[in-house]
Every structure is written in C-alpha cells, then in structure tokens.
Ligand binder design. Structure first.
Ligand SMILES: NC(=O)c1ccc[n+]([C@@H]2O[C@H](COP(=O)([O-])OP(=O)(O)OC[C@H]3O[C@@H](n4cnc5c(N)ncnc54)[C@H](O)[C@@H]3O)[C@@H](O)[C@H]2O)c1
Length: 267
C-alpha cells in the first residue's frame, strides 16, 4: 500500500541508521523525500539508493542546530517541491556519560542537537506545513524520534534521557497548541528501545568503559536481558511506526507516543 503518494517529507539525520531507514520507507510509500544530514555525502548516498529503487528523493546538508540552515532548506523545498506535508525530527546525539563524567559543554551539546534542533525544525517548517495542510484530507504530520529513554530513566545516560523526555513533551505541547489553533498539523513521537545502529553501540561502549561489562557482547546481553522479545529492534521497525504516524491512517492520532521497544517498558 502506498499511503504517501503526492506527499513531500523532510527527514533530519537521514544519512544513516534509523533516519535513512525512515527516508527509504517514506519513499516506498510514495512520498518525495528530502533526505537531510549534517554530512551531505551520506544523504546523497541514501538518495542514490532510493532513486535506484524507483523512489523520489533529494539530498541536502542540514545541521539541525543552525537556524539559518533550516531557513535555507525550507526555502529550497518550497521552490523544488512546492509543499511540505511531513517533518521527521530524527537527528540525535548520544553521549552516554554519567553526571560525574559529563562536562557542561557535552550537556549543552546534547540539548542543542536533541531538543533545540527539533524546536528550530518545527518553527522553520510551520508556515509551509500549514499551507500544505489546507490541500490534504487530514493535514500535515510531524514525527519526533525520541527514545525509550524519554519514557523511563536510563542510568548510563542522564543527559540524553533528559533531552528525549523533553522532546516527548515538546511534541505533546505543540500537538495541543496546533490542534486548538486549527492548523491541521498533528505531532507525535516514537520511542525506540535498543535498535541496531550507533546509538545502541554508544550505550554498549559506555557500559564496557565503566567496567559494568567486560566487552560489547556482555553489555548487549545485559541490556537485552530486560527485553521480553530478547533481541534488538531493526531499523525497519522504527521506520514502519513513523510511516504510520505520517500517514492519514493516523488522522485522529496526535500528542501521543508510539513505543517500539520489544516490550521493555511493559514491566
Ligand atoms: N539506535 C537506537 O538504539 C536508538 C534508540 C532510541 C532512539 N534513537 C534515536 O534515533 C535517532 C537516530 O539514531 P541512530 O541510532 O540512527 O543514529 P546514528 O548516529 O546512526 O545516525 C544519526 C545521523 O544523524 C546525523 N546527525 C547528527 N547530528 C546532527 C545534526 N546536528 N544535524 C543533522 N544531522 C545530524 C549524523 O550525521 C547521522 O547520519 C536519534 O535521535 C536517536 O537518539 C536511537
């Protein structure tokens, strides 16, 4: 089923990992996808892959912490595509350090990428999302990639956890605000548990560095012990959740969180 025909999407941090999987999935659903990343060569590689499979995609350089870069990207999308229906705030930074280890600069960097980035994204894209929302049956959609660590505390990374919890409530707050104002823009968050990719590897490395496990495999087993399904999520598992929230199938869904964590938070 192609649920996103004629829709235009922007995905941040889409040069690899979860963001790239989201870009691929939205394109498979029929959307024209603007694949952005602070490393443009990575975005270009994802675009080439999507194009090779018959999808429509455009690469751009976007560091989500730069307000001016957001303005430029949105202006380019308006010219190239004429609309924007879906914003996926995916770019994120994991600094897996305890309070004793983390510097003020690292704390600020975490908040700037994980929390200020999505704020700048919503602020910059708002006018175009609103305009496009007037022309579709159920309007536009914003999806924030938070984390299971935005729902439960995670001892190994208090800064990251605080930023992802903040993002969860930023999403809810704008869902209420935009809904009440009649903007026809929904806002939701997804909360992946351990998923293949860099963020999970950073967590395993921190666990090992701190002497809590002797190697990566032991750290992996330590974390997976708490997962009822017993394995890590695939990139596609998160992308499927984002595609649902971006589509009209989620027309009445706003201000909520979709947890994709193999049952970890069910205890
Ligand atoms: N992998 C997991 O286990 C997991 C679990 C929960 C949540 N998440 C979240 O999912 C998102 C993606 O995680 P991932 O594991 O795919 O990460 P990743 O490190 O593999 O990829 C992140 C991408 O974002 C880009 N990026 C980093 N900072 C940026 C910035 N300032 N501006 C623009 N792009 C930037 C990087 O260049 C990279 O391509 C993050 O928000 C992360 O917190 C991941």
């Amino acid at each position: 089923m192609r649920r996103l025909e004629k829709r235009v999407a922007l995905v941040t941090g889409a040069g690899q990992g979860i963001g790239a999987a989201i870009a691929r999935r939205l394109a498979q659903e029929g959307a024209e996808v603007h694949v952005s990343d602070m490393q443009e060569d990575r975005a270009a590689a994802v675009v080439a892959e999507i194009a090779g499979q018959g999808g429509k995609a455009v690469a751009c350089r976007l560091d989500v912490t730069e307000a001016g870069a957001w303005q430029q990207v949105v202006a380019d999308i308006a010219v190239q595509s004429g609309r924007l229906d879906i914003l996926v705030n995916n770019a994120g930074l994991v600094i897996a350090k305890s309070v004793e280890e983390m510097s003020q600069q690292e704390w600020r960097q975490t908040m700037t990428v994980n929390l200020e980035g999505p704020f700048l994204g919503v602020q910059s894209c708002l006018a175009l999302l609103r305009e496009s929302a007037k022309t579709t049956p159920f309007g536009s959609s914003i999806v924030h990639v938070s984390s299971l660590s935005g729902i439960v505390g995670t001892a190994a990374m208090p800064g990251y956890t605080a930023s992802k919890a903040g993002l969860r409530f930023f999403s809810k707050s704008i869902a209420i605000d935009f809904g009440r104002k009649g903007y026809r823009i929904r806002s939701n968050s997804v909360h992946p548990g351990l998923t293949e990719g860099n963020s999970a590897e950073a967590l395993f490395a921190a666990h090992t560095r701190n002497g809590l496990s002797s190697n990566r495999e032991e750290a992996l087993r330590h974390f997976l012990d708490k997962y009822p399904l017993g394995y890590m999520g695939r990139l596609e598992d998160v992308a499927a959740g984002v595609a649902y929230l971006a589509s009209d199938e989620a027309a009445f869904v706003t201000g909520t969180e979709l947890v994709i964590d193999g049952g970890m938070s069910a205890y």
